[in-house]
Design a protein around this ligand. Structure first.
Ligand SMILES: [Zn+2]
Ligand SMILES: [Zn+2]
Length: 227
């Protein structure tokens, strides 16, 4: 049950009830995870891939967006949210690929609240208070220290996180395989060509004054990449 009053009100609202029934009509009464046919439609739960919080519940691009709502059975829903002893094994993913391949977006669309995300760029922002595209060189050792600490935590499954997502370039095959083996991570490669990355950079507003710098990062990645 939702713990915030505003969320309870949303789940009881006509808008949501109608929306959910509409999805069931469209998609049929099968659980999208285990494919079981669910006899009573009330047992089919509309699960929000982006977890609803009081701050986003009124944004219908999130709360009433068909692309962000899965229909799942009771058991699968508890598994997704790690509720009531429905414990799935902690999964670790290594999401790698060149700069501007969309790693952060990929993880944002899949991680749930309570997952641990280890991203060098975000850690940089956290300790420098600078925007993500501006990384003061002199802080590198400290950022790397936190990064490595988190990887050590993941390695021994320390902490109560659900799944862990490690985001990085990992162009080097040796370094990549070390993480995969040491941490028991599943590698996910965002296979985007150099041309595509450069094209994305050319139209990227946030990096528009740092084209050269980021072009350098992209070139570098492809120079070092070993399959
Ligand atoms: Zn299911
Ligand atoms: Zn849910």
């Amino acid at each position: 049950m939702a713990k915030h009053e505003v969320l309870k009100r949303f789940y009881n609202s006509d808008k949501w009830v109608t929306f959910r029934l509409g999805l069931i009509n469209e998609r049929g009464n099968t659980c999208s995870r285990c494919n079981q046919i669910i006899a009573k439609s009330k047992d089919l739960i509309g699960h929000h891939k982006v977890e609803l919080i009081p701050e986003n519940v009124h944004d219908h691009n999130i709360s009433l967006n068909p692309e962000l709502v899965d229909l799942v059975c009771f058991d699968c829903h508890n598994l997704v949210h790690h509720r009531f002893g429905y414990k799935a094994e902690k999964k670790v993913y290594l999401v790698y690929g060149p700069p501007l391949s969309g790693k952060t977006t990929f993880v944002k669309e899949r991680a749930i609240r309570g997952d641990l995300v280890v991203d060098m760029d975000m850690l940089y922002s956290a300790v420098s208070m600078q925007p993500f595209f501006d990384k003061p060189d002199n802080l590198l050792m400290n950022v790397r220290g936190i990064y490595n600490q988190l990887l050590d935590n993941i390695k021994v499954r320390h902490g109560k996180w659900h799944n862990a997502w490690i985001i990085g370039g990992y162009a080097d095959k040796y370094k990549r395989e070390k993480v995969v083996n040491d941490l028991g991570a599943e590698p996910i490669f965002l296979d985007v060509s150099k041309e595509e990355c450069l094209q994305r950079l050319a139209v990227d507003e946030e990096r528009q004054y740092r084209q050269d710098e980021w072009q350098g990062y992209i070139e570098n990645w492809f120079d070092y990449y070993t399959e």
